[in-house]
Design a protein around this ligand. Structure first.
Ligand code: AQP
Length: 356
């Protein structure tokens, strides 16, 4: 039976980039899952602390992320939604995997380099970088591998930027199974989402990001229509007041067209949705302005996110906060049970204890 695993960092309320690139896919996978399939969606707070976090704010952001996942339609009866730090087995397996993982392989990973503002092809661990780089950021992919492998996941939906880490997870399986002459860890398959990178509304050359301090640079999935409208109307475009599809020279306009395409907008001529950005742009006439494009984008987002803000606030406040607590405990118990089975096999293969 298939086991789906994916994670998201509790670094803010998810924005439409996270939604089109990941969360919407999670919901679709849940709804299409055959009986017997298991789905795990993990709020990865241990990953979030690779960058400094304030304890109070982290706690709040975790609850907000949990409520946002419920608001998009993840169902705790069908999907296990949980906080990573509630399931200690993730870090136990991380240590065990670390003992057979290669530093050279981690050194080639691009994510820690980008967080350290180094080029992807920078060699890496020279003296200065090694002083500044924290071990947790460097070994992040080992924890990510443990997250996946501890639930014996077979399918992992991720964005393009995570493919390298998934490859590393498979390497961890080979290393471990080979070293201990076992088959207890399962090779996960990557399911890459084909959605485009949604860019910042303020700086369309940077990706939309939930931890950016500039709120108007993104659309949160919990924004109400008025907020969506004001952020889209204020989106940075350019001085040519016509709609054309030219991602290289007109990144701001292209970003709005991408958002429209992700919303399934088909233009007035085509029908049935699913038009490409170029087709959508071609549907605009010479008299249509960027304001028209922005109004359409804001409307399409309103339809796409209909009901999400209400459900989000309901989950957060229901039973004076007790409802979300119950859901969190339920998810943690289920994830714990799943990890326990794998860890029994892993400890047995390595010769470790862990009854207490
Ligand atoms: N701008 C984006 N466009 C499309 N997909 C995106 N994702 C993130 N940004 C965009 C996808 O969302 C999933 C979950 O992301 P994450 O929280 O694990 O990490 P992230 O990529 O670091 O997300 P953010 O929003 O940029 O958060 P911060 O600001 O904390 O770094 C991933 O599948 C990712 O591809």
């Amino acid at each position: 039976d298939s086991v789906v695993f994916s994670g998201i960092q509790p670094t803010g309320v998810p924005h439409i980039g996270n939604y089109f690139g990941a969360l919407r896919q999670w919901k679709r996978m849940q709804d299409a899952a055959p009986a017997g399939a298991k789905l795990f969606f993990c709020i990865v707070d241990w990953h979030a602390i690779t960058m400094p976090q304030d304890a109070h704010i982290l706690r709040q952001k975790k609850a907000e992320m949990f409520a946002a996942l419920m608001a998009i339609g993840l169902d705790p009866k069908r999907s296990t939604i949980f906080y990573q730090s509630e399931v200690r087995a993730h870090t136990e397996l991380m240590w065990i995997l670390s003992c057979t993982a290669s530093m050279g392989y981690l050194n080639r990973m691009t994510q820690w380099k980008s967080k350290m503002h180094l080029d992807d092809d920078a060699k890496g661990l020279d003296h200065d970088v090694a002083q500044r780089l924290k071990l947790g950021l460097f070994s992040y992919p080992v924890l990510q591998a443990a997250d996946i492998l501890v639930h014996r996941a077979t399918h992992v939906p991720v964005g393009e930027d995570q493919k390298q880490h998934l490859e590393f997870s498979r390497e961890c399986v080979s290393n471990f199974n080979h070293t201990y002459n076992t088959k207890c860890l399962v090779f996960p398959q990557t399911i890459t989402t084909s959605s485009p990178r949604i860019m910042s509304l303020r700086h369309p050359n940077r990706k939309m990001s939930k931890s950016s301090p500039v709120e108007s640079s993104r659309i949160d999935i919990t924004n109400r229509h008025r907020e969506i409208q004001s952020r889209i109307m204020g989106a940075a475009t350019d001085s040519m007041n016509r709609v054309t599809w030219d991602p290289e020279n007109r990144p701001g306009v292209a970003n709005l067209l991408s958002i429209l395409a992700q919303c399934g907008y088909s233009g007035s001529a085509a029908g049935g949705g699913g038009a490409s950005e170029a087709e959508i742009a071609a549907g605009f006439g010479p008299n249509d302005t960027l304001k028209d494009l922005k109004m359409m984008t804001a409307d399409a987002l309103r339809l796409e996110l209909e009901g999400v803000p209400d459900r989000y606030h309901e989950v957060l406040t229901s039973k004076g906060g007790k409802y979300i607590q119950e859901l969190q405990d339920h998810g943690a118990d289920r994830a714990h049970a799943s990890a326990k089975e794998t860890m029994r096999m892993v400890r047995d293969a390595v010769g470790l204890g862990g009854k207490r």
